[in-house]
Every structure is written in structure tokens, then in C-alpha cells.
Design a protein around this ligand. Structure first.
Ligand SMILES: [Zn+2]
Length: 165
């Protein structure tokens, strides 16, 4: 098990576009293992390679659903539908939350560690997470998309009400 340092805001690597992975060798597999370890250790639900300072299109996700741990190579969105708004945070932006509008349904493809192409139809948190992580690969942070002003306040009120016991 090898933990990597998670880069935080102001680190320019978070603003760079990650490159396509052309060859899945042991180095890539080790990297995905380290990303998984780092993600679990920091209690994240997703991690993109930029966040550990590597500009490759690699993502790990585990939103505690039926898919379990996902190791994604070159993930790409194929189709989106609908809309959902929810609070998001990011391991690279400590102690910050914001409401972000994301698709309700996301169909995406990726290459698995055996080199096979896979397709997943995601909803709920997985749909949010895949968008958040692919944004990272493109140098975009959730704070770029977070709602502001009245719209943000509206969702803050809604969210508070929903969670009041
Ligand atoms: Zn993030």
C-alpha cells in the first residue's frame, strides 16, 4: 500500500488537462492501486490522477453502490439526461462545500485494467462523481460550477430542511 499526497487548490497541476493513457502496464496498475489506497485513506468517494500530481486520464471511484471499486482508464461521457443539484466537496479543496447542478443520468465508457472497454449507466451519486472526476481530468474544479447567490441560497435552505430531524 502506498499513499500519495493529495494536491490542494492553488497547485497548478489541478488546472491542467490530463493525457490519454495508451498502454496499460504495471506502472498504470500500481498507480491505480495507490489512488485507491489514497482515496480510501482520505475517505473520498473519488480521486482523479491530477489530484496526486499525475497528468494521466485515470480515476478511482467508490460510492458504495453495486459497482464497488471502479478503476477507470480514459473515462468518457457518452450521454447525459436530466438534472440534479446537490452539495459537493473535494479532497483538493478542504473544508469547502457548494451546490452543483449535474445530470441525473450519465452513460459513460472507460477501459478497465485488463484493457476491456466497459460502459456504465449511472444515476444518483455515481452520476455526480463521474462528472466531478472527469472535470478534474480537464482541469475543472467543482467550485467553477458551484451555484452562487440566490440559487445557491435556495438549495441551502432546501437541503437544511430535508435534513432536519
Ligand atoms: Zn474533487
Amino acid at each position: 500500500m502506498a499513499l500519495r499526497n493529495v494536491r490542494v487548490v492553488e497547485d497548478p497541476i489541478l488546472r491542467k488537462k490530463a493525457k490519454i493513457v495508451n498502454k496499460i502496464d504495471d506502472k498504470i496498475k500500481d498507480l491505480l492501486e495507490d489512488m485507491k489506497d489514497t482515496m480510501y485513506k482520505t475517505q473520498g468517494v473519488g480521486l482523479a490522477a491530477n489530484q496526486i500530481g499525475i497528468l494521466k486520464r485515470l480515476v478511482t471511484i467508490d460510492v458504495n453502490d453495486e459497482h464497488g471499486l471502479l478503476k477507470l482508464i480514459n473515462p468518457e461521457i457518452l450521454e447525459i439526461k436530466g438534472e440534479q443539484v446537490g452539495p459537493e466537496g473535494c479532497l483538493s479543496i478542504p473544508e469547502t462545500q457548494g451546490f452543483v447542478k449535474r445530470p441525473e443520468y450519465v452513460k459513460f465508457k472507460y477501459t478497465d485494467i485488463d484493457g476491456n472497454e466497459q460502459i456504465i449507466e449511472a444515476t444518483e451519486l455515481l452520476a455526480v462523481c463521474i462528472c466531478h472526476e472527469i472535470d478534474h481530468l480537464n482541469g475543472i474544479l467543482f467550485t467553477d460550477r458551484a451555484l452562487v447567490g440566490e440559487e445557491a441560497e435556495k438549495y441551502e435552505r432546501l437541503y437544511n430542511t430535508e435534513n432536519r430531524a
